[in-house]
Design a protein around this ligand. Structure first.
Ligand code: SAM
Length: 263
């Protein structure tokens, strides 16, 4: 089976089994909340700097959960979402979000509509299974942003996954791997993005904000339990997540970054 078909089948199952649920594409409510808070905080920053509400595109919008959170936080802001999985797109449309245009599109192809102030990808580029396709997606995002638009990137990187695995193995646990529908980004992609004209800007959270949380859930918690299973919502993990500095080390594959384009 081609990787493309594998990814589509994966999301067909997600659409069928999870419907409109917030944990549709991510089972971890803490990470989900951090991602949405990060996007919302960036939009507030954009408004403070520019004096108007941005036109926002959620590229690969899934069942529309993030768009629904944005609709709630910013009732007047123009929203757009696209999705290439028809079942997820149907779910997103069923929300009937006001002032939110939704359509079918593949991020690997240039977008017809341009002039976005902000484009978001939330674990979408990692669904593309070659470096060439990942780069095309970045080119298309660049092309669809207005002259000083922002790109909010929430994607996973292999180098941080490797760091996490070093820690895991140091503590005699078994390596973990990305799910099969994901192909984590290489750090080198930053240089390619810079060449395209993206410039990383300061964001409301550090890019490694989830690092401590990944250590707690993937290393610390399993060490305490004989079966070694990860637990995302145990009281112990919550206690330490609140008590420890969040952005310690480089152990979160998921990075939170913001880029501004220069055209
Ligand atoms: C991890 S999910 C995130 C969805 C949504 N942003 C959310 O938070 O629920 C990634 C989404 O990207 C979509 N996707 C994957 N490859 C795509 C492509 N080539 N073009 C458009 N969407 C794609 C998937 O179908 C999936 O809905």
């Amino acid at each position: 089976m081609s990787k493309d078909l594998y990814v589509q089948n994966h999301y067909n199952k997600i659409a069928k089994n999870y419907g409109l649920r917030s944990d549709s594409t991510l089972r971890d409510p803490f990470i989900r909340e951090v991602e949405v808070d990060f996007i919302v905080a960036n939009i507030f920053e954009f408004v403070a700097k520019n004096g108007y509400f941005p036109k926002v595109l959620d590229a690969g919008c899934g069942n529309g959960y993030t768009l629904s959170c944005l609709r709630e936080a910013f009732p007047e802001m123009p929203l757009v979402g696209f999705e290439y999985n028809r079942e997820l797109l149907k779910l997103a449309k069923s929300r009937n979000l006001a002032n939110c245009k939704l359509f079918e599109h593949d991020i690997r192809l240039p977008f017809k509509e341009g002039d976005f102030d902000i484009i978001i990808t939330e674990r979408v580029i990692v669904n593309l299974h070659s470096r060439k396709q990942q780069l095309s997606a970045f080119k298309n995002i660049f092309g669809a942003l207005n002259k000083t638009g922002w790109y909010i990137l929430i994607e996973s990187f292999q180098a941080s996954m490797d760091e996490l695995n070093i820690l895991i193995q140091e503590n005699s646990q078994e390596r973990i791997y990305p799910s099969q529908h994901n192909f984590y980004l290489k750090l080198g992609v930053w240089h390619k993005m810079l060449k395209l004209g993206f410039k990383q800007i300061e964001a409301p959270l550090e890019e490694n904000f989830l690092s401590t949380y990944f250590v707690l859930t993937r290393v610390f918690h399993p060490m305490l339990h004989s079966k070694g299973e990860k637990r995302i919502n145990s009281r112990l993990v919550k206690f330490f997540t609140q008590g420890l500095a969040p952005a310690t080390g480089d152990f979160s594959p998921i990075k939170l970054q913001v880029f501004q384009v220069e055209k």
